[in-house]
Design a protein around this ligand. Structure first.
Ligand SMILES: Cc1cc2nc3c(=O)[nH]c(=O)nc-3n(C[C@H](O)[C@H](O)[C@H](O)COP(=O)(O)OP(=O)(O)OC[C@H]3O[C@@H](n4cnc5c(N)ncnc54)[C@H](O)[C@@H]3O)c2cc1C
Length: 218
């Protein structure tokens, strides 16, 4: 896979512990919403899913900053205008579209591909976004206004305010078990492996005729 260079043009906090970075988009570099790029760093590589659309001026990512994480650390130290090496686009986690209703399930920055879907015109589908506290509901406005349904699933609400609007107090698995009506769906799951495992078990149990598309972040 050929390597290309892009410059870091912006970096800011989206939420506590979550950075958004923007890179220049070199001419000819394109992708399908939902795909990811691989950052080729000094001695290691990391994958990140684009939240921007393929025709945008910059290529944007949201990055959960992990304590002691190599990329988490290096990207905070990188200077604006620094050149980064990447390969890609990679991956097949793209919107399929079918007669089945779509259910998008994300935890944390696993929402990235659904932001790209939404920004590129996918307007059907229900998104469940699992977070610990409501201050981690990144891209809330875009997702709430762009998709057919948007339910923040807040596992550790710290006050009543957290549960305003259509928020659900609990994990995405609890919402699926208790509130999603029986049907045959296209499920798209993105996030850490533990969530993917737990949600897959619920789907097998309650929505077994459904189709399942998965992007695991670890
Ligand atoms: C296809 C793909 C797409 C991805 N897209 C994104 C994306 O858009 N945004 C994003 O934030 N991440 C994404 N990831 C995860 C990303 O590639 C890194 O694994 C993650 O950012 C940690 O990298 P690091 O170098 O900072 O930490 P590392 O040095 O790799 O890890 C340090 C420690 O932290 C743990 N850890 C790693 N991630 C987390 C986490 N989220 N929460 C808690 N502990 C963690 C590791 O298990 C390890 O013990 C994606 C992964 C894949 C495979």
């Amino acid at each position: 896979m050929p390597c290309f260079s892009a410059n870091l043009v912006d970096r800011h906090w989206l939420a506590p512990g979550i950075l958004e970075i923007r890179l220049t988009r070199p001419e000819g570099v394109t992708f399908i919403p939902g795909q990811f790029l691989r950052f080729v760093m000094d001695g290691y590589e990391r994958d990140y899913t684009m939240v921007s659309t393929p025709d945008a001026e910059t290529i944007d990512f949201c990055i959960a900053v992990v304590n002691g994480g190599r990329f988490s650390c290096d990207i905070q130290k990188a200077g604006i205008d620094d050149t980064l090496q990447l390969t890609g686009p990679h991956g097949h986690f793209v919107f399929q579209g079918s007669a089945n209703p779509s259910v998008f399930v994300a935890t944390g920055t696993g929402v990235a591909p659904f932001v790209a879907f939404c920004r590129s015109g996918v307007d059907a589908g229900l998104l469940l976004h699992g977070v610990g506290t409501s201050d981690r509901l990144i891209y809330r406005d875009i997702l709430q206004s762009g998709l057919g349904g948007y339910v923040p699933c807040i596992s550790r609400p710290f006050e009543k305010m957290d549960l305003q609007d259509n928020a659900f107090a609990g994990r995405v698995t609890n919402y699926l078990e208790q509130h999603l009506k029986p049907d045959t769906y296209d499920f798209y799951l993105c996030g850490r492996g533990a969530m993917i495992r737990d949600v897959t078990a619920v789907i097998d149990q309650q929505f077994s005729a459904s189709r399942l598309f998965i992007e695991t972040y670890d």
